[in-house]
Ligand binder design. Structure first.
Ligand SMILES: Nc1ncnc2c1ncn2[C@@H]1O[C@H](COP(=O)(O)OP(=O)(O)OP(=O)(O)O)[C@@H](O)[C@H]1O
Length: 353
């Protein structure tokens, strides 16, 4: 028999007066999984995490850990470790005392002494020998790792992280996210992570839920979310994308598979098709900027360059295609006018109506 999900939200809704913070929230998170909630500000990520931590009680629905309801169980009895956006370390305590505080008078797991547990944890978060330091003398990234060590001190079964990197600069964030993933893998701890940063979400997660207006709009592994967005919102929010709408004028079989001819303004484009469609359907598809190429080929679009952003290895070029904006990512940016093309199989159909 398949084991129970480590964490389950079943038909959860949370209202604050007139505001619905989360609705129709049903998610199953597997044991040992690194699961990320990503979405724009106000989509209900923090509320979801607070429901899991036990700081909030759902208006409707059930929260389960390992198959058992914890809906009315207070935070201190949930066996979760929580790390917030701000490090919230106690400035009058040493690093080691901060970590030991996380034990909250509980016996350290594994029958070790408090000081041994602190030593183990500081090693885990790559701050060995820092126990006597003042938190003020550490960098933001190091302080956040102390906060993680403190949350892990009593050996929780679930780790909850709410935007733990948002106070750090970009370089530190990139380094810390790798460290967080390594810590999580080493412990194999079920982790729920909240971020508004889609790149961060793709980089560290086993699975991602893209949230919008209090509901997950798509749940899946990073590659699937990136390659096969199921809604225009996900296509647009995750990574850079060109989302295009048109009308199906024909359906054909080609050597490369089934395609639809799609009328977009004055032009007809050909896109690969996996699902069903009929002539006259309204279709929304997307093409990633790195899948557009300058030159001749199928789906040749005449464009004008409006601006370009140098990103190092590649340049993001903003194009105007008959009044529609398009983005191209390339190592050899065009100037002036450019014909760009994309292969039908590089178009991903999002919706057909
Ligand atoms: N305690 C509260 N009282 C009233 N409304 C709240 C409360 N907490 C959250 N909300 C509202 O619920 C909605 C979801 O908020 P939440 O903080 O969960 O979003 P979020 O995705 O975490 O946003 P952010 O990325 O800005 O933190 C918002 O409209 C917010 O204003």
């Amino acid at each position: 028999m398949a084991s129970e999900p480590a964490v389950e939200l079943d038909g959860v809704r949370k209202r604050y007066g007139e505001t619905t913070a989360v609705s129709e929230l049903s998610l199953s998170i597997r044991d040992g999984e690194f699961f990320t909630l990503v979405g724009p500000s106000g989509c209900g990520k923090t509320t979801t995490l607070r429901l899991l931590a036990g700081f909030e009680r759902p208006t409707d629905g059930v929260v389960r850990f390992d198959g058992a309801s914890v809906t009315g169980v207070p935070p201190e009895e949930r066996n979760v470790g929580v790390v917030f956006q701000s490090y919230a370390l106690f400035p009058h305590m040493s690093v080691g005392e901060n970590v030991a505080y996380g034990l909250n008078f509980a016996e350290p797991p594994g029958g070790v002494s408090d000081s041994e547990r602190v030593r183990e944890l500081l090693e885990l978060v790559d701050l060995p020998g820092m126990a006597d330091r003042d938190p003020d003398t550490l960098s933001g990234g190091q302080q956040q790792r102390v906060a993680i060590a403190r949350a892990l001190a009593p050996g929780p079964e679930i780790l909850l992280l709410d935007e733990p990197m948002s106070a750090l600069d970009a370089k530190l964030r990139e380094r810390l996210r790798v460290q967080v993933r390594e810590i999580q893998q080493e412990l194999g701890i079920t982790t729920v992570y909240v971020t508004h940063d889609q790149e961060e979400a793709l980089a560290i997660s086993d699975r991602v839920a893209v949230m919008r207006d209090g509901t997950p709009e798509q749940v899946g592994p990073p590659r699937e979310i990136y390659r096969r967005p199921t809604t225009p919102f996900v296509a647009d929010f995750i990574g850079d994308n060109n989302v295009i709408e048109g009308t199906v004028t024909d359906l054909r079989e080609t050597a490369d598979g089934r395609v639809a001819d799609v009328s977009v303004g004055e032009e007809t484009l050909t896109v690969g098709l996996e699902g069903a469609a009929t002539r006259g359907d309204e279709i929304t598809f997307c093409v990633r900027p790195e899948r557009l190429a300058v030159g001749d080929g199928p789906n040749a679009l005449s464009t004008t360059v409006t601006s370009a952003e140098f990103l190092g290895e590649t340049t993001r070029v903003h194009l105007d295609w008959g009044g529609r904006p398009l983005r191209l990512r390339t190592r050899s940016p065009p100037t002036g006018t450019a014909t760009v093309t994309f292969a039908p199989e590089d178009a991903h159909v999002i919706t057909v109506r």
